[in-house]
Ligand binder design. Sequence first.
Ligand code: SF4
Length: 408
Amino acid sequence: MAFPATTRATDGTTSTQKPLFGLAIEDLREVMAQFNEKPYRAVQLDDALHRQRVESLDAVTSLSTELRAQMAAEGYVVGLPEIVQTARSVDGTERYLVRLSDGETVETVWMPGGDGGERGDGSAAAAEEEQEEATAEADSVPASEYKRATICVSSQVGCAVNCQFCLTAKLGIKRNLTAGEIAGQVAAVLNRHGVELRSGRGKSTPDRINLVFMGMGEPFLNYDNFMAAVRLLVKTGVPDARMTVSTSGIVPSIERFAQETVRPKLAVSLNASNNEVREAVMPITRKWNIEALLESLRPLTLRSKECVTFEYVLLGGVNDQLEHADEVIALMRQIPELRPKVNLIVWNPGPDIAYSQPKPEDVAAFQWRLREGGYRTYIRRPRGRDIYAACGQLKRTVDAEPQLVTIG
Ligand code: SF4
């Protein structure tokens, strides 16, 4: 069990801290053994950290005051990542700048009412979304007033994949997040919103939270920490069937993912209908082309009603024409066993990115063509576009905040 040697505070001072959030039960047993405590104490600590989401050692009331004082003296802290800045969009989306123990930051996004990304995938989240949208429309109630939300989570500081349409790519890669830092973003956001994931006193229906690992970074290039975070989050109370991970197509990790028994749903960031266009848009295609990508998906055993989602960012004049839609249909026909579904994302403009938005009529025609071809195809609702929280826009843009409303 290795702890970071130093922790950097907002004022730049450093100290030695040992964060407990995110440690596996075996590691917590080791910690308790250092204080001559029995293994069941580790179970109590695990419950406090990962199910109750305590924010400080003082709140771990299942451990004695004396033990907590000894642990604090040794440098142990809960160590949840800290939300240091918040921007709220006109649509209710909130984007957080989250500070990690070494002073690095990532972004996490809260989308009340969800982002429409799960529509048509046969999951409980999709059914809720469709039903609530219909009810909201009938009652003129904004979807954001329902206690259902999606949290978009980061997995790395920056990203190495270099998708040409993505602002995060401009950062390059700085480091992987630990499992605790990935799951800790979720815990910090749930605490901020007072979300209860289990029914408790005075609350018969737990809040419903979906997680999408589509923030900064490529989760499948940080595979072990990402999957450890998934297991922690299941413990926190979010079922794996309410999680979706998006990959740019890291074939060796997809092959490992196919063997997992506890795993999120899969979304593949396709974004092009042939290798030539995909190489220009996503240089990772030179390493694993579309054929290799589709082949790696075949062993995936789907849950009942589960499907694999293909995300497709429409870039004006680049990949948004009907001949591209026909090529996408031909690709989908190669993998009927994956029950493919397509999510179209209208590209979100960002500074220094030389693409243009597709024309609305091209978007509509593209969707119509895929539906005619027999594939469920949805247009992802853009969320938080005014605060750079939408897909492909996550970047630490403190220097370029449009209409930023700092509320925390
Ligand atoms: S789209 Fe995702 S994988 Fe591609 S550069 Fe951006 S963060 Fe990385």
